[in-house]
Design a protein around this ligand. Sequence first.
Ligand code: TLP
Length: 345
Amino acid sequence: MSASIIDLRSDTVTKPSAAMREAMMKAEVGDDVFGEDPTVNLLQQKVADLLGKEAALYVPSGTQANQICLKVHTQPGDEVIMEKGCHLFNYETGALALLSSIQPHVVEGVLGVMNLSDIKKAVRPKLYYMPRSAAVAIENTHNRAGGTIYPIETIREIHDFTRAEKMGFHLDGARLWNACVETGIAPKEYASYFDSVSVCLSKGLGAPVGSVIAGSKDFIERARKFRKIFGGGMRQAGILAAAGIYALDHNRERLKEDHAKLRYLADELTRISSLSIDREAVQTNILLIGIEKTGKTQEEVLALLKSKGVLLTLGNWMSVRAVTHLDVSMEQVKQAAGIFHELFD
Ligand code: TLP
C-alpha cells in the first residue's frame, strides 16, 4: 500500500513492525500439534493468565476461535442466543450451520447490547419439540454497532442467568483489549463471567495472525480436538505466536491512542451536516458514518473517498465504516477528516 493511502478499512490491516518481526525471527519453535512449540505454549499461558482462565489455545483466526467455542458448547439442533448485528451471525459465512448444525436465535440489541430481559424472552421452554437453548454469545466491543462496549453490569446479570439455566456463555472478545483500556476494567474481570472467551491478536494489537481461546482445562481439551478437525492445527507456529506475545506486551495500552484518533475523526465529521454520527456509539476505534443525506450510495461514497486516497468499508445500512489503528497516524486521520470536509461539506 502506497504511503499516501490512508487505510481506515479495518484494524486488521496493520503490518508487523520491525521490532515485532525481530521477535518472530528469534522465536524458538517446535511442532505444536504435538504440543511442543515453546513459544505457542508461552503465548497460551500468557493469555490464560491475563484472562484468569485455567487454559488457552492458539488458533489461526477469530472466526475459527468463535466457531470452535460454539461447537464445544452445543449439540446439533441446538440454538445459541446472540445479537442481530454480531460477527458470528453476519460475517462467518453461515459457519454455525455448516460446522455445528446449530441455529442462531438472534435478538435485536441497542448499540449491540442485549439486556437480560431480551435474552430471557429468547430462551426456549424445555419441550422436546423445541430446540435447546444451549448458550448465549455476546461481542465486546461490538463491531457492527460501532465498537461499542458491553456494560459490565449487564454481563454480570447474563452470567448469573446462564449459570442458573446451565447454559454456556461465550465472549467474542476480538476487541476486548479496546474495551479494557477504555473502561479500566481488567481482562480478567471481564473474562471471569464467561465459560469461553476468544480474543484476537491481529486486530488493534497489530500481530499478523492469530487468536486465542481461553476457558477451563476441560473446555480447552475439547476445543483442541475441534481445532484439528477444523484444520487449525499448525506446526512451527511459534514464529507467529511470538508476534502475538510481542503484541500483548507492547500494544495494549497504546489502543488509547487509536480511540483518541477516532474521537477526533468523529468530532470533525459531526460538523458535516450531510453526514450522521451517533455520538453514543463513539466509544473505541470504530466509527459508523451515516451517509443517507449525501444522496449517494455507500459504494459511491467509498469510491469518492478512494479517489482521494482514503479507504473505508461498508458499514450497516446507509453507512460506511472507519477504523483507527496502529498503522494510521493522527496526522493521517486529520488529512482524512479534511478530505471528508472537501467532499461532503
Ligand atoms: N472482523 C473483521 C471483518 O470480518 C468484519 C473486521 O474488519 O472488523 N469477531 C469480531 C468482533 C470481528 O470483528 C472479527 C473480524 C472476527 C471476530 C473474526 O476475526 P478473523 O478475521 O480473524 O477471522
